[in-house]
Ligand binder design. Structure first.
Ligand SMILES: [Mn+2]
Length: 327
């Protein structure tokens, strides 16, 4: 049997997608299944490093980055001609490429989480009880109002599902860069075991909730504002959550959380409905030597340290136009 290599994002949506694929591949009796956590900027190099032509390659919840499109196209062509390649994603497409034009089995749908898409893709092999695992991932990505999620929640007690999804998302947020532990979670979920049944995950979720409360209070005291956005620099905790609170406490349409990592700033951004952060960031970030994109209301960027003020000013200015057009 050939080898299977799973490339997934390290958040709850990616971890769940990986666990569903793992269960299916294990039943197909692959004796060697590898799990690699990656991200858009690292996908091309990780594919080349961790998979060989002839392997079965599964990729989920990883956006395609403009910077590596040529390499990704070539790798998809090679892996899908020598073995099987499945790519499942729900992020907006990059400028200049339709994901459907890539070689391989491509599932690309902006309206649902990668977990929901992966579950539907493997539904026959998984059976309906795995729907609850997919629900954890959908809730983790805030994509819990799709028709499938609303209907499927009725098959379960939804309070219990939200509790388990909370344990998973909070526990994973408290396990950043702990890739062996995340791999362990993928194995645990692939057997349809409860997130709360993994005591280390449960404890990490509790600690994360205590930290989140401190983070919320820190943001309320350290928030800075511009015309259309509120921002915080180096918040003591999750960037995504800091961005949510930056928006809430600034009472502006957009919240930005910025954290220095070596010579770049990692930036997480949240916006009110009607703003398309993905489009703005895919335009602004490359001009400043960075990368950026994501979903319309939740996105991120990596910007060189010396360009951070240009970035905030340009984002604020472009938002003025968007907000004006809306008004
Ligand atoms: Mn996702």
């Amino acid at each position: 049997m050939p080898r299977a290599v799973l490339f997934v994002h390290g958040d709850s949506d990616g971890v769940v997608s990986g666990s569903l694929a793992l269960q299916v591949f294990r039943n197909k009796r692959y004796d060697d299944i590898r799990i690699v956590f990656t991200h858009p900027a690292g996908l091309a190099s990780d594919l080349a490093e961790f998979a060989d032509p002839g392997d079965t390659v599964f990729i989920a919840d990883i956006a395609l980055s403009e910077a590596h499109l040529g390499e990704i196209e070539a790798l998809f062509r090679e892996y899908s001609s020598r073995g099987e390649l499945i790519y499942i994603d729900h992020h907006p497409e990059p400028l200049g490429l339709k994901p459907g034009d890539l070689r391989g089995i491509i599932v690309h749908d902006l309206s649902a989480s990668a977990s929901e898409l992966t579950y539907k893709f493997f539904r026959e092999q998984l059976g309906w009880e795995y729907s609850r695992v997919a629900l954890y991932g959908a809730i983790g990505d805030y994509l819990d109002t799709t028709p499938w999620v609303i209907n499927t929640l009725k098959d379960w007690d939804k309070r219990t599902i939200y509790f388990e999804a909370g344990v998973l998302t909070q526990g994973l947020e408290g396990s950043r860069r702990m890739y062996d532990f995340k791999r362990h979670i993928v194995y645990h979920l692939s057997q349809n075991k409860l997130p709360s049944g993994l005591s280390e995950l449960l404890v990490r979720a509790l600690i994360e909730s205590v930290n989140d409360e401190e983070l919320r209070q820190w943001v309320s005291k350290n928030i800075k504002t511009m015309k259309n956005l509120g921002y915080v620099i180096d918040p003591p905790g999750s960037l995504g959550k800091a961005a949510i609170y930056a928006r809430t406490y600034s009472r502006k349409p957009v919240g930005v959380a910025i954290q220095r990592h070596k010579s770049t700033y990692n930036i997480s951004i949240r916006a009110a409905k009607g703003i398309d952060l993905n489009r703005l960031l895919r335009r602004i970030s490359p001009r400043l030597g960075g990368t950026g994109g994501g979903h319309p209301e939740a996105a991120g960027a990596r910007i060189p340290v010396h360009k951070i003020w240009d970035f905030l000013r340009q984002l604020d200015d472009e938002l003025s136009m968007t907000v004006m057009v809306k008004a």
